[in-house]
Design a protein around this ligand. Structure first.
Ligand SMILES: [Zn+2]
Length: 237
């Protein structure tokens, strides 16, 4: 079966055939039916290096854990991070110098293993990466290099989590718990809850118990109001 899209480094694949791969079929039988992680797609796209989970491999394999297999024998199970288009700010680790410009090959001992951030994308195939550490290069130390994307392990930059507003608890006479937006001026007395009702803020020192919509006797209107607000924050992120 041919994957629906070209495999990329980081993809998880199911190995269903060794045909066409650079592997001794008799020694490699044990990896059929296993899953592995694509560590590189070779130029031409017909072969991929796949790191196979080596838990308990037969000794005959010599514990080799990375195999060069034909793409036709692999089935994509989970798209790795690189299945998503890289973006500016993503973290990149230099895995190898294979498809990047030949000039970088001479620097591979310095570059491989380095981490950095993508600061520019070029032509859909290359990325300018600002490395955390500079490396010796012709003309002096440098920390910005253009790599082929397939030479990089790319981790999406963590999105800034939108901080939902925090709510304390306020009570009405019927002992219903309402959500009171924090921070409040720390005083006793009625406050306007998320649902619009006036309720008495519970204060213990300067702390109010967090409003928990899953507790008993919580105001459904407050829960709905907070839920809607958090959803809009999430979709804005
Ligand atoms: Zn309420």
């Amino acid at each position: 079966m041919t994957p629906a899209r070209p495999l990329a480094a980081g993809d998880t694949v199911y190995i269903h055939s060794l045909k066409g791969g650079f592997i001794d079929g008799r020694k490699g039988q044990w990896i059929i039916g296993r899953t592995g992680t694509v560590t590189a797609v070779l130029a031409g796209g017909q072969h991929a290096e796949v790191a196979v989970d080596t838990t308990g491999p037969p000794s005959v394999t010599g514990r080799q854990s990375t195999w060069t297999l034909a793409v036709s024998g692999l089935e994509l199970i989970t798209a790795g991070a690189s299945g998503r288009k890289p973006r500016l700010g993503d973290c990149a680790r230099v895995e190898r110098i294979f498809l990047s410009h030949g000039d970088l090959y001479a620097l591979r001992t310095y570059l491989v293993g380095q981490c950095g951030k993508i600061v520019a994308l070029r032509g859909g195939t290359h990325a300018l990466v600002e490395l955390e550490e500079s490396v010796p290069a012709p003309g002096g130390r440098a920390h910005r290099f253009t790599f082929h994307l397939e030479d990089l392990a790319i981790t999406p930059a963590a999105p800034e989590p939108a901080r939902p507003p925090e709510y304390g608890t306020a009570l009405t006479g019927d002992r219903l718990r309402h959500a009171a937006g924090l921070p409040l001026r720390h005083r006793n007395g009625p406050v306007t809850a998320a649902c619009g009702t006036r309720a008495n803020l519970i204060l213990i020192g300067e702390w109010s118990p967090p409003f928990d919509p899953d507790l008993e006797r919580t105001c459904p209107a407050c829960a709905t109001a907070i839920n809607r607000q958090e959803r809009s924050l999430t979709s804005a992120a």
